[in-house]
Design a protein around this ligand. Sequence first.
Ligand code: VGL
Ligand code: ZN
Length: 197
Amino acid sequence: MSRALIVIDVQNDFCPGGALAVPEGDLIVPGINTKMSGFDVVVLTQDWHPAGHSSFASSHDGKSPYDMIDMPYGSQVLWPDHCVQSSMGSAFHAGLRQDGDLIIRKGFNPAIDSYSAFFENDQTTPTGLEGYLRNRNITALTMVGLATDFCVNYSALDAAKLGFDVVVDLELCRAIDLNGSLESAMSDMKSAGVQFA
Ligand code: VGL
Ligand code: ZN
Protein backbone atom coordinates (compact mmCIF):
# COMPACT_ATOMS: atom_id res chain seq x y z
CA MET A 1 0.00 0.00 0.00
CA SER A 2 1.38 3.39 -0.96
CA ARG A 3 0.29 6.67 0.51
CA ALA A 4 0.24 10.12 -1.11
CA LEU A 5 0.23 13.53 0.53
CA ILE A 6 -2.18 15.89 -1.24
CA VAL A 7 -1.30 19.53 -0.51
CA ILE A 8 -4.33 21.65 -1.36
CA ASP A 9 -4.05 25.24 -2.62
CA VAL A 10 -1.28 26.66 -0.40
CA GLN A 11 -1.18 29.80 -2.55
CA ASN A 12 -0.57 33.48 -1.84
CA ASP A 13 -4.20 34.49 -2.34
CA PHE A 14 -5.30 32.11 0.43
CA CYS A 15 -2.68 33.41 2.86
CA PRO A 16 -2.84 36.61 4.96
CA GLY A 17 -2.53 39.61 2.61
CA GLY A 18 -4.07 37.63 -0.28
CA ALA A 19 -7.34 38.24 -2.12
CA LEU A 20 -9.20 35.44 -0.34
CA ALA A 21 -7.11 35.19 2.78
CA VAL A 22 -7.74 32.26 5.09
CA PRO A 23 -6.89 33.21 8.70
CA GLU A 24 -3.51 31.69 9.63
CA GLY A 25 -3.24 30.13 6.17
CA ASP A 26 0.52 30.73 6.17
CA LEU A 27 1.11 29.08 9.56
CA ILE A 28 0.71 25.57 8.13
CA VAL A 29 3.59 25.91 5.64
CA PRO A 30 6.52 24.71 7.82
CA GLY A 31 4.58 21.68 9.06
CA ILE A 32 3.55 20.72 5.52
CA ASN A 33 7.17 20.97 4.35
CA THR A 34 8.30 18.57 7.07
CA LYS A 35 5.42 16.20 6.41
CA MET A 36 6.25 15.89 2.69
CA SER A 37 9.34 13.80 3.46
CA GLY A 38 7.30 10.88 4.76
CA PHE A 39 5.32 10.06 1.60
CA ASP A 40 5.79 7.90 -1.51
CA VAL A 41 4.11 10.55 -3.66
CA VAL A 42 3.45 14.25 -3.05
CA VAL A 43 0.85 16.13 -5.10
CA LEU A 44 0.29 19.89 -4.93
CA THR A 45 -2.94 21.42 -6.16
CA GLN A 46 -3.18 24.96 -7.48
CA ASP A 47 -6.41 26.95 -7.87
CA TRP A 48 -5.96 28.37 -11.37
CA HIS A 49 -8.71 30.64 -12.69
CA PRO A 50 -8.82 32.65 -15.92
CA ALA A 51 -9.60 36.37 -15.45
CA GLY A 52 -13.37 36.86 -15.41
CA HIS A 53 -14.02 33.37 -14.01
CA SER A 54 -17.70 32.62 -13.29
CA SER A 55 -16.95 32.05 -9.58
CA PHE A 56 -15.89 35.69 -9.20
CA ALA A 57 -18.53 38.12 -7.89
CA SER A 58 -17.05 40.72 -10.25
CA SER A 59 -18.25 38.63 -13.20
CA HIS A 60 -21.92 39.05 -12.19
CA ASP A 61 -23.72 42.41 -12.29
CA GLY A 62 -24.98 43.53 -8.89
CA LYS A 63 -23.34 40.68 -6.97
CA SER A 64 -20.89 41.00 -4.10
CA PRO A 65 -18.29 38.57 -2.78
CA TYR A 66 -19.84 35.80 -0.65
CA ASP A 67 -23.29 36.14 -2.30
CA MET A 68 -24.73 32.89 -3.62
CA ILE A 69 -25.76 32.26 -7.22
CA ASP A 70 -27.44 29.38 -9.07
CA MET A 71 -25.19 27.87 -11.71
CA PRO A 72 -26.26 25.11 -14.14
CA TYR A 73 -24.40 22.61 -11.92
CA GLY A 74 -25.86 23.83 -8.60
CA SER A 75 -25.45 26.69 -6.16
CA GLN A 76 -22.15 28.51 -6.03
CA VAL A 77 -20.57 30.97 -3.59
CA LEU A 78 -19.26 34.06 -5.38
CA TRP A 79 -15.69 34.88 -4.37
CA PRO A 80 -13.45 37.90 -4.62
CA ASP A 81 -11.21 37.63 -7.72
CA HIS A 82 -8.47 35.20 -6.67
CA CYS A 83 -5.81 32.86 -8.04
CA VAL A 84 -5.89 34.37 -11.52
CA GLN A 85 -3.58 32.30 -13.73
CA SER A 86 0.08 33.39 -13.49
CA SER A 87 -0.65 36.25 -11.07
CA MET A 88 1.37 36.55 -7.84
CA GLY A 89 -1.77 35.52 -5.96
CA SER A 90 -1.88 32.21 -7.80
CA ALA A 91 1.74 31.35 -6.95
CA PHE A 92 2.43 28.91 -4.16
CA HIS A 93 3.43 30.47 -0.82
CA ALA A 94 7.11 31.27 -1.23
CA GLY A 95 8.03 29.15 1.78
CA LEU A 96 6.29 26.01 0.52
CA ARG A 97 8.43 23.13 -0.76
CA GLN A 98 7.57 22.72 -4.42
CA ASP A 99 9.55 19.57 -5.16
CA GLY A 100 6.48 17.33 -5.24
CA ASP A 101 5.74 14.73 -7.94
CA LEU A 102 2.74 16.39 -9.57
CA ILE A 103 0.98 19.76 -9.67
CA ILE A 104 -2.73 19.61 -10.49
CA ARG A 105 -4.24 22.89 -11.66
CA LYS A 106 -7.99 23.25 -11.31
CA GLY A 107 -10.71 25.83 -11.90
CA PHE A 108 -9.45 26.75 -15.37
CA ASN A 109 -12.82 26.12 -17.04
CA PRO A 110 -14.38 29.64 -17.14
CA ALA A 111 -17.91 28.31 -16.57
CA ILE A 112 -17.30 25.78 -13.76
CA ASP A 113 -15.61 26.16 -10.39
CA SER A 114 -13.49 23.29 -9.09
CA TYR A 115 -13.09 22.93 -5.34
CA SER A 116 -12.17 19.26 -5.46
CA ALA A 117 -8.79 18.05 -6.68
CA PHE A 118 -10.64 15.16 -8.44
CA PHE A 119 -13.71 16.63 -10.16
CA GLU A 120 -14.95 20.06 -11.17
CA ASN A 121 -18.05 21.33 -9.34
CA ASP A 122 -20.30 19.66 -11.95
CA GLN A 123 -19.12 16.50 -10.12
CA THR A 124 -18.43 14.75 -13.44
CA THR A 125 -15.49 16.44 -15.22
CA PRO A 126 -12.32 14.74 -13.92
CA THR A 127 -9.07 16.61 -13.29
CA GLY A 128 -6.94 13.52 -14.01
CA LEU A 129 -5.74 13.11 -10.42
CA GLU A 130 -7.54 9.80 -9.86
CA GLY A 131 -5.85 8.16 -12.85
CA TYR A 132 -2.45 9.48 -11.81
CA LEU A 133 -2.79 8.10 -8.28
CA ARG A 134 -4.00 4.70 -9.50
CA ASN A 135 -1.11 4.47 -11.97
CA ARG A 136 1.26 5.14 -9.08
CA ASN A 137 -0.45 2.39 -7.01
CA ILE A 138 -1.63 4.82 -4.36
CA THR A 139 -4.50 3.59 -2.20
CA ALA A 140 -4.26 5.93 0.80
CA LEU A 141 -4.22 9.71 0.94
CA THR A 142 -3.39 12.31 3.57
CA MET A 143 -4.76 15.77 2.84
CA VAL A 144 -3.52 19.11 4.14
CA GLY A 145 -3.92 22.74 3.04
CA LEU A 146 -6.54 25.39 2.34
CA ALA A 147 -9.33 25.70 2.93
CA THR A 148 -10.60 22.97 5.28
CA ASP A 149 -14.25 23.72 4.53
CA PHE A 150 -13.98 24.14 0.75
CA CYS A 151 -11.21 22.62 -1.33
CA VAL A 152 -9.92 20.20 1.34
CA ASN A 153 -13.47 19.12 2.18
CA TYR A 154 -14.57 18.49 -1.42
CA SER A 155 -11.31 16.73 -2.25
CA ALA A 156 -11.61 14.46 0.78
CA LEU A 157 -15.27 13.63 0.03
CA ASP A 158 -14.48 12.73 -3.60
CA ALA A 159 -11.44 10.69 -2.57
CA ALA A 160 -13.53 8.69 -0.08
CA LYS A 161 -16.23 8.18 -2.72
CA LEU A 162 -13.58 6.87 -5.13
CA GLY A 163 -12.50 4.30 -2.54
CA PHE A 164 -9.27 5.82 -1.28
CA ASP A 165 -8.45 5.57 2.39
CA VAL A 166 -8.48 9.26 3.44
CA VAL A 167 -6.96 11.10 6.40
CA VAL A 168 -7.30 14.89 6.79
CA ASP A 169 -4.59 16.34 9.04
CA LEU A 170 -6.54 19.18 10.63
CA GLU A 171 -3.49 20.82 12.23
CA LEU A 172 -2.13 21.40 8.75
CA CYS A 173 -5.37 22.88 7.39
CA ARG A 174 -7.14 26.20 7.99
CA ALA A 175 -10.76 27.16 7.24
CA ILE A 176 -12.67 30.07 5.70
CA ASP A 177 -15.75 29.29 7.86
CA LEU A 178 -18.55 31.02 5.97
CA ASN A 179 -22.07 30.65 7.46
CA GLY A 180 -21.32 27.41 9.29
CA SER A 181 -19.38 25.88 6.40
CA LEU A 182 -16.71 24.42 8.68
CA GLU A 183 -19.20 22.59 10.88
CA SER A 184 -21.05 21.13 7.90
CA ALA A 185 -17.81 20.15 6.19
CA MET A 186 -16.67 18.31 9.32
CA SER A 187 -19.93 16.41 9.59
CA ASP A 188 -19.98 15.55 5.86
CA MET A 189 -16.40 14.27 6.01
CA LYS A 190 -17.16 12.17 9.10
CA SER A 191 -20.21 10.63 7.44
CA ALA A 192 -18.12 9.80 4.38
CA GLY A 193 -15.64 7.85 6.50
CA VAL A 194 -12.81 10.39 6.31
CA GLN A 195 -10.39 10.00 9.23
CA PHE A 196 -8.84 12.92 11.09
CA ALA A 197 -5.32 13.31 12.41
C1 VGL B 1 -11.00 27.69 -2.53
C2 VGL B 1 -12.76 29.16 -2.61
C3 VGL B 1 -12.53 29.41 -3.94
C4 VGL B 1 -10.17 26.76 -1.70
C5 VGL B 1 -10.75 27.93 -3.86
O1 VGL B 1 -9.00 26.49 -2.08
O2 VGL B 1 -10.68 26.28 -0.66
N1 VGL B 1 -12.01 28.30 -1.91
N2 VGL B 1 -11.51 28.79 -4.56
ZN1 ZN C 1 -11.04 29.39 -6.52
